[in-house]
Design a protein around this ligand. Structure first.
Ligand code: AMP
Ligand code: MG
Length: 440
C-alpha cells in the first residue's frame, strides 16, 4: 500500500515537473497492433467497390503520354483505316483483268495515263489497258484494282509499259478499312497501352484516351524536415520520403501530386490533407504517425471525414507506426517517418491499390528462391522484412541478410531484395530456403 502510494506520489510529482517544462510525457503506446494481413483486409473491406476493383483515377490522357497505362473503356474506331485504297508497292496501278495471260513472251501492253502523287487524290481514272505510276502508300486511281511491281514491267516506247506476268485483283493493294473498320473495337477496356496500340490510335485520329491514372498526393511532415533541394542547418534533415514516394508512385504508373512539407501543427496539416483529398485519389503523409505529442496524424485523419482511421499500428518491422484511413471514400495513409519504414509500408499497403488500378507498368516482381547464407534472429510476434543481397553461385541464388539498424537508408540501398520473416518465427537459419522479393 505504502509502496503504491509513494509510486503514485512520485508519478504526480513527475507530471508537475513535466508540465512546468512544457513537456508532454510519452504516455501512450501503440497497442492492439494488427498484422499486415489483417490491416490489408480491414482496408480492402472498407474501400468502395470501384477502388477495390481498380476502376478509379480515370482521366483523359494524350496518347503519346499514355504508354503503359490501362484503358478504362473499350475504344471504338471513329474511322476506317486506311481511309482509301492504297498501294503496298512501288509500281503501276492497273486493272488486273488487262494482265490475264501475260508472260515474258507475250506481255500485256498498257498505256501510262498519269502518275499518282503521294498525298493527293489522282485527278484521273483508269480505263481498259491503262496504267499509272504509283509509289508505296499512294491512292489507287478510280478504275484500278491492283498494282504490279516495277520489277515485272519494262518500259515500252515513251508512254507505255510491258507487264511480264499476270496480276490478280487486289494484288499489292490495301483496301479502305482492311486494317480497321469504322465502329470496330480497336482496343478492349482494361488493356495496357503498348507502342503499337498508340500507333493504331494515332492512325485513327484518336488523340486522347480515358486511362486509369490515379493521382496520389504526397505530404512530408515534421518541423525538422526541409526540402531536399535546400541546405540543412543544425537539427534539420532533408526530405527523403517526398522524392522517394513520388518516384515509387510514378514507377507504378500513377501520378504524384506534391503537397510539399508541413510542420507538426494541426491547422497546416489539416489544410494540406484537405487539399490532397480534394485533388487526389489517394493521400499519403509521412511522419507524425506514432503516439508522441507531435504525432497528430491519427486524430487529424479522423477529423477529416468518415470512417476516418481504420487501423493504427501494424506488427511489422520496419514500419509499426502506420495509420490507415478512409475519408469519404478516399484512402489516406499516415506512413512512418523513417525513410525505410515509409517505403516498406508503401510497398505493402499502397502499391497494391495502384496495381489494382492497372496503372502498374509492371506486375509485382516474382520472388526469387534463395538459400540463406547466415543466421538471422528475429523477434517473434511481428513480421519482419529483412533486406538481403543476392548472389548467384553455381546456378543457385544465395541471400545474405544485411545487418545494421533498419533506420539506415544505406541498408536498403545495398539490398537486392527483401525476405519476410513470419510473425511466429524467431528468425531464420543459414541454409534455409527463402523467397526473396526483388527490390526494383
Ligand atoms: P516521425 O514518424 O515523424 O516520428 O519520424 C520518424 C523519424 O523519421 C524521425 O527521425 C524523422 O526525422 C524522420 N523523418 C520523418 N519524415 C521524414 C522525411 N520526409 N524524410 C526523412 N526523414 C524523415
Ligand atoms: Mg515527425
Amino acid at each position: 500500500m505504502a509502496d503504491s502510494q509513494s509510486a503514485h506520489l512520485s508519478a504526480s510529482k513527475d507530471a508537475v515537473t513535466l508540465a512546468a517544462n512544457h513537456i508532454t510525457p510519452m504516455s501512450r503506446e501503440l497497442r492492439h497492433l494488427k498484422t499486415l494481413d489483417e490491416a490489408r483486409k480491414i482496408l480492402w473491406e472498407a474501400l468502395p467497390a470501384r477502388v477495390r476493383e481498380g476502376r478509379f483515377g480515370v482521366r483523359p490522357v494524350e496518347i503519346a503520354e499514355a504508354l503503359g497505362l490501362v484503358l478504362d473503356e473499350e475504344i471504338p474506331s471513329p474511322t476506317d483505316l486506311p481511309p482509301f485504297d492504297r498501294s503496298l508497292m512501288d509500281g503501276y496501278a492497273l486493272r488486273a483483268q488487262d494482265t490475264f495471260g501475260a508472260s515474258e513472251g507475250l506481255p500485256a501492253y498498257l498505256k501510262l495515263v498519269g502518275e499518282v502523287q503521294m498525298g493527293d487524290t489522282p485527278a484521273f481514272a483508269l480505263s481498259h489497258n491503262q496504267a499509272a505510276r504509283i509509289a508505296t502508300g499512294g491512292m489507287l486511281p478510280e478504275g484500278a484494282d491492283a498494282v504490279v511491281m516495277v520489277e515485272y514491267t519494262q518500259p515500252w516506247g515513251d508512254d507505255s509499259i510491258e507487264v511480264l506476268r499476270p496480276v490478280a485483283p487486289g494484288d499489292h493493294v490495301v483496301r479502305r478499312a482492311d486494317d480497321v473498320r469504322e465502329g470496330q473495337a480497336i482496343l478492349p477496356a482494361g488493356h495496357r497501352l503498348r507502342p503499337q496500340d498508340i500507333s493504331a490510335l494515332a492512325g485513327l485520329g484518336v488523340t486522347t484516351v480515358p486511362v486509369r491514372l490515379p493521382r496520389v498526393a504526397v505530404l512530408s511532415t515534421g518541423p525538422e524536415i526541409v526540402p531536399h533541394t535546400d541546405p540543412v542547418s543544425p537539427g534539420k534533415i532533408r526530405d527523403m520520403n517526398g522524392p522517394a514516394l513520388r518516384a515509387a508512385i510514378r514507377s507504378l504508373g500513377a501520378e504524384p501530386l506534391n503537397l510539399g512539407l508541413v510542420t507538426d501543427e494541426e491547422e497546416p496539416l489539416r489544410d494540406a490533407l484537405r487539399r490532397g483529398l480534394a485533388e487526389a485519389d489517394i493521400v499519403l503523409a509521412s511522419g507524425g504517425t506514432s503516439v508522441g505529442a507531435a504525432d497528430l496524424m491519427p486524430d487529424i485523419i479522423s477529423s477529416l471525414g468518415t470512417p476516418g482511421v481504420l487501423v493504427h499500428g501494424v506488427a511489422v518491422k520496419p514500419g509499426k507506426p502506420v495509420v490507415i484511413g478512409l475519408v469519404d471514400e478516399t484512402p489516406i495513409f499516415g506512413l512512418p517517418g523513417h525513410p525505410t519504414s515509409c517505403l516498406l509500408i508503401f510497398r505493402e499497403l499502397v502499391a497494391p491499390l495502384l496495381r489494382a488500378a492497372g496503372g502498374a507498368r509492371a506486375a509485382r516482381p516474382r520472388p526469387v528462391r534463395a538459400l540463406l547464407s547466415r543466421n538471422y534472429p528475429s523477434q517473434a510476434g511481428r513480421e519482419e522484412f529483412v533486406p538481403v543481397r543476392l548472389e548467384e553461385r553455381e546456378g543457385e541464388w544465395h541471400a545474405t541478410p544485411l545487418l545494421g539498424p533498419s533506420a539506415l537508408i544505406s541498408t536498403l540501398v545495398k539490398a537486392d531484395g527483401l525476405v519476410c520473416i513470419p510473425a511466429e518465427a524467431e528468425g531464420l537459419y543459414a541454409g534455409d530456403s527463402v523467397d526473396v522479393e526483388p527490390l526494383e
